[in-house]
Design a protein around this ligand. Structure first.
Ligand SMILES: Cc1cc2nc3c(=O)[nH]c(=O)nc-3n(C[C@H](O)[C@H](O)[C@H](O)COP(=O)(O)OP(=O)(O)OC[C@H]3O[C@@H](n4cnc5c(N)ncnc54)[C@H](O)[C@@H]3O)c2cc1C
Length: 523
C-alpha cells in the first residue's frame, strides 16, 4: 500500500468532492471542458467574391456572418424568427411567445424587468464569448452563482424546512474535518499517513473546518465566523455577538443537502461568472449592430440542396406566405438538427445520419414577477440560487437591481433534462405557472401574496429549436458530422464538445468557417 502523504490525502478529499461535481457537470452540461479559444480568427487570403449563405442567426450563424464578411465574402443570412439571437433570447414587457400547440403568452413585466429563458450566465473561462462581448461592446456585470445565504431544500429533510447554504456548507465541512482529524490517529489512516504529514494535516483540518484545539467542531464564536452568529455583533451597549447553534451532523448527512454543494465548484460555475447588462440578448444585439443588414428575418428554410455548381436554399416568407430561393457558392448551416432533420436536404454520409438521429433534451424555465423583492427585503438574499428536490429544481434571484423598489423578476424554476422537463412539456402555460407557485412557496411563503405575473418556456415546444440542446448518445459520427459536405458545413452548439453553452456554438462556427475558408482559398 502506498504511503499516505499530505498531497495524496488531499487529492483523495478532492476526488470525493470532485466526483459529485463531475457528476453534475457531466449530467448537466455534457462535458466540462474549458474553452480552447486562443484569440480572434484570421481568415487570410482573398475569397474573390465567393458567396456564402448562412442559415440561422443564432450565435453560431452570427459569428459566421461577422467573420466571413470581414474576410471578404458576400454573405446572406436567412433567419426563421423576427429577430436575431436564436436561443440567446430575453423576454421583456410587450414580448409575446407562441409555443407549439398554439398557446401564446404575453409578457407584462414592469419596465426594465426581464427574464432570460435560455442562456443566462457566462463562465469566466468561456474565452470566445467574453472576447466577442468585448469586441462588440456588450457590457457585462457579475452573475451571482453561489450565494451563501440562499436555501437548500429537500422535501423530506429538516421537516421540509429550507436550510441556508451557509449552515449546510460550514457544518458539513466542520463535522467531516473533525471526523478526519480524529481518524488520522487511528486504525488504517494511521498506517496510511506518514508521521511527518500527520501533524500538519491535522493543523490544516483545524483551519479548514474551524475546529478547536481538541479537533472538535463545536458551537463557538470561531465556528460562527463561518456559519453566521446567533446574535450578530453590533455597536455600543449589548453589542457582543453570540455563537449560533450547529446543525445535527447526522441530520446533515442523511438530508443529502450536501449534494448541492459541489454544483458551484465545477470550473464552468466557479466565480466570477458574468451576464450581459439588461439581458442575454445584448450579445445578439451586439452582432446585429455589425451584420443586421445581411439578415432576412421571417425566412423559414424548407429545402437545402447542393450540387457541383453551388447551393440552393428554398425558404418561405412567414410574413406573407411567399416562397423564394437563394443561391450561393457555399453554405454554413446552423439550423439545429432537431429542425434540419425535418427539412428536405441532400446532405450525405455520417452528417445526414446524425441529422436524422440526434435528439434534443428538454428544459423549462420560468420568469416570475413579484410586487416587491421580498427575497432581499425579508431574507437578505442578493442574487444566487436556491436548490430544491421539487420538480422546479431551483429558484434564482436577479443579479442586478439590488435593493430597488417595485416589482422584481426571479427565475422561478429551471428544469434540466429528465422527467421534470417532460412533465412541464405536457402542461399549458397556466398550469406550469401554478406548479411553479405551489412548489416555490415551500421555499418562500411570500409567493402567493406577492405574485404579480409570470411566463414560462418549455424548450421542446419552441418551434425553431424543438429542444434545449443536442444530445450525443456517443460520438461515433462526430468527426463525420463536422466535416464539410461538398459545399455545406454545419455548425452550432450541437457540433461541439461544449454543448448547451454559447461558447460551444461560437467555437463550432469558428472551426467550421476556418476549414471552409481554407477549402475556398486552397481548393
Ligand atoms: C434553457 C437553456 C439554458 C442555457 N443556459 C446557458 C447559459 O447559461 N450559458 C450559455 O452560454 N449557454 C446556455 N445555453 C446554451 C445556448 O443557448 C446555446 O448553446 C446557443 O445559444 C446555441 O446557439 P446556436 O447558434 O448553435 O443555435 P440557436 O441559437 O438555436 O440558433 C439557430 C437559429 O436557427 C434558426 N432556425 C431554426 N430553424 C430555421 C429554419 N427552418 N430556417 C431558418 N432559420 C432557422 C433559429 O431561429 C435560430 O435563430 C442554454 C440553453 C438553454 C435552452
Amino acid at each position: 500500500m502506498t504511503e499516505f502523504t499530505r498531497r495524496n490525502l488531499l487529492t483523495m478529499i478532492g476526488a470525493t468532492a470532485g466526483s459529485t461535481a463531475m457528476y453534475h457537470a457531466m449530467t448537466s452540461m455534457g462535458y466540462a471542458a474549458p474553452s480552447d479559444y486562443s484569440g480572434p480568427i484570421k481568415l487570410d487570403g482573398d475569397p474573390q467574391g465567393a458567396k456564402v449563405l448562412v442559415l440561422g442567426a443564432g450565435l453560431a450563424g452570427l459569428t459566421a456572418a461577422y467573420e466571413m464578411r470581414a474576410a471578404g465574402y458576400e454573405v446572406e443570412v436567412l433567419e426563421f424568427r423576427e429577430k436575431v439571437g436564436g436561443r440567446c433570447w430575453t423576454l421583456r414587457s410587450g414580448d409575446s411567445f407562441t409555443e407549439l400547440g398554439g398557446a401564446t403568452q404575453n409578457v407584462d413585466f414592469a419596465e426594465g424587468n426581464y427574464i432570460n429563458p435560455g442562456p443566462w450566465r457566462l463562465p469566466h473561462d468561456h474565452h470566445a464569448v467574453l472576447d466577442y462581448c468585448k469586441r462588440l461592446k456588450v457590457p457585462l456585470e457579475p452573475f451571482i452563482q453561489l450565494n451563501y445565504n440562499s436555501y437548500l431544500h429537500k422535501s423530506d429533510a429538516f421537516d421540509g424546512k429550507p436550510q441556508r447554504l451557509r449552515h449546510i456548507k460550514s457544518d458539513y465541512r466542520g463535522h467531516v474535518s473533525e471526523l478526519l482529524a480524529k481518524g488520522i490517529n487511528q486504525g488504517d489512516l494511521d498506517k496510511l499517513v506518514s508521521s511527518d504529514d500527520r501533524e500538519v494535516l491535522i493543523e490544516s483540518l483545524r483551519s479548514f473546518g474551524a475546529l478547536n484545539e481538541q479537533n472538535e467542531y463545536v458551537k463557538s464564536l470561531e465556528t460562527s465566523v463561518y456559519r453566521g452568529y446567533g446574535k450578530q455583533p453590533g455597536g455600543g451597549v449589548g453589542a457582543e455577538p453570540e455563537a449560533s447553534d450547529l446543525l445535527d451532523p447526522q441530520q446533515i448527512v442523511q438530508s443529502r443537502l450536501w449534494e448541492y454543494l459541489a454544483t458551484h465548484e465545477t470550473v464552468d460555475h466557479q466565480a466570477p461568472m458574468f451576464q450581459p447588462v439588461g439581458g442575454m440578448d445584448g450579445i445578439a444585439r451586439g452582432f446585429e449592430r455589425e451584420v443586421g443588414d445581411l439578415i432576412t428575418y421571417n425566412a423559414k428554410v424548407v429545402s437545402l440542396q447542393q450540387d457541383e455548381n453551388g447551393v440552393t436554399v428554398t425558404w418561405e416568407n412567414t410574413s406573407d406566405g411567399g416562397t423564394q430561393t437563394s443561391t450561393a457558392d457555399y453554405c454554413v448551416c446552423t439550423i439545429p438538427f432537431s429542425v434540419l432533420g425535418q427539412i428536405d436536404h441532400n446532405l450525405s454520409g455520417g452528417l445526414a445520419d446524425t441529422i436524422s438521429t440526434m435528439y434534443y433534451n428538454g428544459s423549462t424555465k420560468w420568469g416570475l414577477e413579484f410586487k416587491r423583492r421580498f427575497w432581499e427585503e425579508d431574507e437578505n438574499i442578493y442574487g444566487g440560487i436556491s436548490y430544491t428536490d421539487q420538480a422546479i429544481s431551483q429558484i434564482s434571484y436577479p443579479s442586478t437591481g439590488y435593493l430597488s423598489d417595485g416589482p422584481g423578476v426571479l427565475l422561478g424554476g429551471y428544469t434540466w433534462r429528465g422527467e421534470n422537463s417532460y412533465k412541464f412539456n405536457a402542461m399549458q402555460p397556466d398550469e406550469r405557472l401554478e406548479w411553479a407557485l405551489r412548489q416555490g412557496e415551500k421555499i418562500h411563503p411570500q409567493y402567493r401574496e406577492e405574485f404579480k405575473t409570470g411566463v414560462s418556456v418549455a424548450w421542446h415546444k419552441v418551434p425553431w429549436v424543438l429542444g434545449c440542446s443536442g444530445v450525443w448518445e456517443n460520438r461515433e459520427n462526430y468527426d463525420e458530422a463536422v466535416k464539410i459536405d461538398n459545399r455545406v458545413v454545419c455548425a452550432g452548439e450541437h457540433l461541439s464538445y461544449l454543448p448547451a453553452w454559447q461558447e460551444g456554438a461560437i467555437l463550432s462556427s469558428l472551426d467550421a468557417i476556418s476549414r471552409l475558408h481554407d477549402k475556398v482559398i486552397n481548393g
